[in-house]
Design a protein around this ligand. Sequence first.
Ligand SMILES: [Zn+2]
Length: 84
Amino acid sequence: MKPKLSLLIYRICFAAGIVILLGSIVLFNTMSARRIGVFAGLGVELAGAIQANIFYKCPHCGKPINPRGKQPAKCLNCEKEIKW
Ligand SMILES: [Zn+2]
């Protein structure tokens, strides 16, 4: 997978996870339904973070890039240019 795609998935999962988590607290009126929604939201967050850990890295040396930071123009480890 390309790192750019991985970053996109990370961001979508991050946003979707929060929407699912908060949405289920607001919209569901039973505790068990809310609990399921909260776990579903957290699951989406986690899935996004895990795939970013696996795929969001330097294409040259494989060093992981922080998905919460800016997209670096070049790798901090091998200093080769990263094409986005
Ligand atoms: Zn590198």
